[in-house]
Design a protein around this ligand. Sequence first.
Ligand code: AMP
Ligand code: ZN
Length: 111
Amino acid sequence: MDCLFCKIINGDIPCSKVYEDDKVLAFNDIEPQAPVHILIIPKEHIKSAAEIDESNSVLIAHVFEVASKIAKDMKLDGFRIVNNCGDCAGQTVKHIHFHLMSGREFTWPAG
Ligand code: AMP
Ligand code: ZN
C-alpha cells in the first residue's frame, strides 16, 4: 500500500520517534506548527476518523491514552489534539493521525 505513514511504521522512511508500542507510533511532525508538534498514529492502517467504528475504537482510545502519557512525560502545560478528517478539513495523509500540539497559545474557534 502506498501510504507514507505505513512506510514510517515499517521503517522504510525515517522519523523522529517520540513513543512506540505494539499498537501506536508517535513522532515529531516534519513541519511543526507549534514548539511541540507530535503526530500519534495507530499502526493499523485506518484512512480517517470517518472509519472509526466498534471494530477499532479501542485502538483509537489507546491513541488518546498515549497522548496523555506523552503530555505527562513532557510536562506539557496544556495541549491541543487535532484530527483533520477529509480533504475539506485539510487531511493530506490518508492514514489517521492525531496532532498533539503545545508550547504556544492557540486561538478558538479554530480556522
Ligand atoms: P494532515 O494535514 O492533518 O493530514 O497532517 C499531515 C501532517 O504530516 C502534516 O502536519 C505534515 O507536516 C506531516 N508530515 C508529512 N510528511 C511527514 C514526515 N515524513 N514525517 C513527519 N511528518 C510528516
Ligand atoms: Zn497507512
